[in-house]
Design a protein around this ligand. Structure first.
Ligand code: KG4
Ligand code: ZN
Length: 333
């Protein structure tokens, strides 16, 4: 039997998870609400709250898994990418835990872990598959050849898809974090009411900064004519913006699937919780003959279960790191 403790602290969620023989048996996530009043994550505050939350989160994960901490065989942690101060908390905790219990330490790349969340439950994709990884900081199309053999074949040249949602929410005077709120309002609106531009970017890369500017001018002009424009039309605006972000993402994914002749298609990362993206992708399963893989909601946004499962596959390979490891704000695959 092999038991891996996973630790995630790259942004504003402190999370701990236990993986027993490739099965996730606990996944504790402590959210940080302090950032809401600032309209975005304040890195300095995030690291302090991680410091408060990490020991209780690990304790709860061990208790919920009904194991003893002495049974843990390895500790896997997010080395990057992410906020450095936040990553330092998870890294230091994991190093200390490994040292105190004389167990190996496993580094995990957060973006790879989002993809490997697809190996938590059945059905699992088969290699090679394509994964659209969409989060607050990244937008990537990844060709996944094996657990740790991944190639980024397309990525954003400016803002990430999650940023496009969050910045739009700010323009629309919606509180942080805006992505889930745009999703909620969009369910009640007409996605064809307003047409926002689709950027013409070569190849498999993305750009969202032009869309953000177009939304800014759109809102400014309409509010000038009617000061109540946003209150009266918020659902239609959200539905139309969401529909454009989803079409930008899925048109590139379709192009990648054709280019690489791949039928196993996955999505991952916080924005994969978006209902418009999930529904449109499911519809494409029929029209394109794809096998579609969509994570459970709890494995879309940041969580330690994805770190624990990635750690489990590295544990099988004895892919360990030493006590001199340090976190990386930017971390290539
Ligand atoms: O993967 P994640 O939890 O953290 C990062 O690694 O960045 O992704 C967070 C992002 C945020 O931008 C948030 O607004 C977005 O995911 N998000 C959503 C939804 N849920 C989370 N965006 C659109 N619709 C949602 N339902
Ligand atoms: Zn993430």
């Amino acid at each position: 039997m092999s038991i891996v403790l996973g630790i995630e602290s790259s942004c504003d969620e402190t999370s701990a998870s236990i993986c027993v023989d490739g099965k996730i048996v606990s996944n504790i996530i402590a959210n940080q609400t302090i950032h809401e009043q600032y309209g975005g994550v304040v890195p300095e505050l995030a690291s302090r709250v991680h410091q408060q939350n990490i020991v209780p989160a690990v304790h709860q994960a061990i208790t919920a898994a009904k194991i003893n901490k002495k049974q843990i065989d390895a500790v896997a942690f997010t080395r990057g990418p992410g906020l450095l101060g936040s990553l330092l908390v998870g890294t230091c905790f994991s190093k200390a835990f490994a040292l105190a219990n004389s167990i190996p330490l496993i580094e995990v790349n957060h973006m790879q872990a989002h993809i490997l969340a697809h190996f938590i439950d059945e059905p699992k994709p088969t290699f090679p598959f394509l994964c659209l990884t969409v989060s607050g900081g990244h937008t990537q199309i990844v060709l996944v050849k094996n657990y740790f053999d991944m190639e980024i074949v397309g990525e954003t040249l400016d803002d990430a898809a999650g940023e496009a949602f969050d910045k739009t929410a700010k323009i629309l005077d919606l509180p942080y974090p805006g992505g889930p709120l745009i999703d909620k309002n969009a369910k009640l609106g007409n996605p064809d009411k307003y047409k926002f531009p689709e950027p013409q970017i070569q190849g498999l890369n993305f750009s969202f900064s032009g869309l953000k500017t177009a939304i800014l001018y759109f809102v400014r002009d309409h509010v000038k004519e009617n000061p109540n424009f946003l209150q009266e039309n918020i659902n239609d605006v959200c539905a139309s913006v969401q529909s454009r972000i989803v079409s930008i993402l899925l048109n590139k994914l379709k192009k990648a699937a054709t280019q690489y002749q791949i039928k196993d298609i996955a999505i991952a990362g916080g924005v994969s919780a978006n209902s418009g993206l999930r529904e449109t992708l499911l519809a494409m399963r029929e029209s394109h003959g794809w096998n579609v893989f969509i994570p459970k909601f709890e494995y879309c946004t940041d969580n330690a279960a994805m770190i624990a499962i990635a750690g489990y596959y590295k544990f099988l390979e004895k892919d360990f790191v030493g006590q001199d490891v340090s976190p990386l704000a930017r971390m290539p695959f």
